[in-house]
Design a protein. Structure first.
Length: 242
């Protein structure tokens, strides 16, 4: 079902260090957003729309079956994974959602096909990787958000907003604090800073975080061409930065 036709409205640059050209606001609202390697954008809609999942197709948002989704991510081969508000995990296969084992509060898909989740609260919010039909846990607990780089290494944000990346079999701490994290197809790393940083979007540049224009962002994903997609404000307005 076609929902609405999209148009792009260019927004003026706000304060910050611009490392791309501009933000553009996209009609519609979302509570989560993901972009696959094929460039298809997926969103979880707002509460008023029953937390439905939509994907962008031929100039319109197209509704996927079922509702009450929480988190969503897309992979390299058109694969899509989502978590509903009961923390159940699903993969998108042949036009419908297929249930997977386990429970999760966040999910991420790498270009190499690796799938990571953050387990539910009763599992200590641990990190797990899908491996031959079961979830294999990683060290540590108390995680909140996860992203995966092109080599299949997870990057995480903890419940207390600390940032870590997996290197050489161990978690490596990074400077700063964040509320969400995303990795692009070329390994470019982005976060949404915490409230003391205005919930701005930042990109990792060698050894420090460089801020993009704007504040009050909530969810983040990076397209295959490096475009940054984000939801903004309590209403979840959809924006892109290129």
């Amino acid at each position: 079902m076609k929902i609405f036709v999209i148009t792009m409205m260019t927004m003026s640059l706000l304060t910050g260090i611009a490392i791309a050209q501009n933000w553009a606001m996209v009609p519609g609202v979302a509570s989560d957003i993901a972009v696959g390697e094929d460039g298809i954008v997926w969103i979880v809609g707002s509460e008023s729309r029953g937390y439905l999942a939509f994907h962008w197709d031929d100039g319109a948002w197209v509704k996927a079956p079922r509702s009450h989704w929480l988190r969503i991510d897309a992979g390299a081969d058109g694969s899509v994974y989502a978590i509903n508000r009961k923390n159940q995990i699903f993969s998108w296969k042949n036009g419908d959602w297929k249930a997977m084992a386990g429970e999760a509060t966040d999910i991420a898909v790498g270009l190499d096909g690796s799938v990571f989740i953050i387990g539910s609260e009763n599992k200590g919010h641990r990190i797990y990787k899908w491996n031959n039909g079961s979830w294999i846990d990683f060290p540590g607990s108390n995680y909140k958000r996860v992203a995966v780089d092109p080599s299949g290494n997870p990057h995480v944000v903890t419940q207390d907003e600390k940032i870590f990346r997996w290197r050489d079999g161990a978690w490596q701490p990074m400077v700063g604090k964040a509320t969400d994290i995303a990795v692009g197809a070329e390994g470019e790393l982005y976060i949404i800073g915490n409230a003391t940083k205005g919930n701005g979007v930042f990109r990792w540049e060698v050894d420090s975080w460089k801020k993009l224009p704007g504040n009050d962002f909530r969810n983040l994903s990076i397209g295959p061409d490096g475009t940054v997609w984000a939801t903004k404000g309590e209403n979840g307005k959809i924006n892109r930065f290129k």
